[in-house]
Write a protein that binds this ligand. Structure first.
Ligand SMILES: Cc1cc2nc3c(=O)[nH]c(=O)nc-3n(C[C@H](O)[C@H](O)[C@H](O)COP(=O)(O)OP(=O)(O)OC[C@H]3O[C@@H](n4cnc5c(N)ncnc54)[C@H](O)[C@@H]3O)c2cc1C
Length: 262
């Protein structure tokens, strides 16, 4: 259980940012992760009055406010139509519907959890975070940035006609993933993100041009070995390092087949 001494519903992002500069302040997302801890929070900052609970779409991109719930992403027709249901697939195994009706994309992405399903998926897309002070930063950069006291305002996903497939492996449905994998294909360029290794997601590009536009079975086999060789895997209570490295090849191959392989 955690303790909140003072609860503030922020009237502006500037107010929220100023309050959040204290080490004992915390931005509140859906509180699902925070409630697992035992912290005493001097000032809890609620962003729910700032209109950050919307998913907006224009010709160039989708803009997802930090307070959008994972369930909103799961059932959003536009996002799922554009990204081959990968957005639904990357959140649908997270605990249950009630949980996903509370957990926010802001809390999920700002935390950059090793096990994060949505972070893996977003890494394989042309996606960005908009931080209140830090501005727009690509997800590829943000994933490795140190934690600070900024506020994640929005997630932006560019509409670049990329095809994407997302898969994860879980020992039991709704448990944390053993491995997460997303493969995207833009023209003849493939990008692979693998997370829950158990470390956080990493992006691997086909720098050796192993895959052709319509990859053959041999090319896919070779590329899966290449991806596995580029990554490090670890063991934890869910799976061994060896199992994860085997699984990586399996999921990479399946995802490539879904976006346009054999
Ligand atoms: C039991 C359990 C099982 C889970 N299983 C999975 C799983 O299988 N796959 C998966 O991907 N995830 C999983 N998660 C993580 C979950 O999906 C959310 O990512 C997590 O709960 C954080 O989202 P939240 O909205 O609850 O954030 P909170 O708990 O409210 O906040 C988390 C952190 O982010 C900060 N924060 C929140 N919003 C912002 C913001 N806009 N700007 C800056 N900082 C912010 C908070 O200050 C806090 O430090 C699990 C979580 C739990 C508790």
């Amino acid at each position: 259980m955690f303790t909140i001494k003072k609860y503030v519903v922020a009237d502006s992002l500037e107010e929220a940012y100023k309050l959040n500069q204290s080490k004992k302040a915390n931005i509140l997302g859906g509180l699902l992760w925070m409630k697992m801890g035992h912290k005493t929070i001097q000032t809890a900052i609620d962003l729910s009055n700032l209109g950050l609970d919307k998913i907006e779409e224009n010709d160039e991109y989708f803009e997802i406010g930090a307070m959008v719930r994972l369930r909103d992403l799961e059932v959003h027709e536009g996002l799922n139509k554009y990204f081959n249901n990968a957005i639904e697939n990357c959140v649908k195994s997270i605990v249950g519907v009630q949980f996903r009706n509370c957990a926010t994309i802001g809390g999920s992405i700002f935390s950059r959890f090793g096990f994060s399903d949505p972070l893996t998926c977003l890494l394989a897309l042309d996606s960005y975070v908009k931080l209140y002070k830090g501005g727009v930063i690509s997800m590829r950069e943000f994933v490795n940035m140190p934690y600070d006291n900024d506020i994640l305002e929005k997630v932006i996903i560019k509409k670049d006609n990329r095809k994407i497939s997302y898969m994860s492996h879980r020992n039991i449905s709704t448990d944390f993933p053993v491995l997460t994998c997303a493969v995207s294909k833009l023209g003849d360029k493939f990008a692979v993100a693998v997370g829950a290794r158990p470390q956080k997601a990493v992006l691997v590009l086909d720098e050796e041009n192993i895959l052709s536009c319509d990859p053959t079975k041999d090319e896919i086999e070779k590329f899966a070995d290449y991806v596995e060789g580029k990554l490090t895997f670890g063991s934890n209570m869910r799976a061994s390092k060896d199992f994860r490295s085997h699984l990586c090849k399996v999921l990479v191959k399946r995802c490539i087949n879904e976006v346009g392989g054999m």
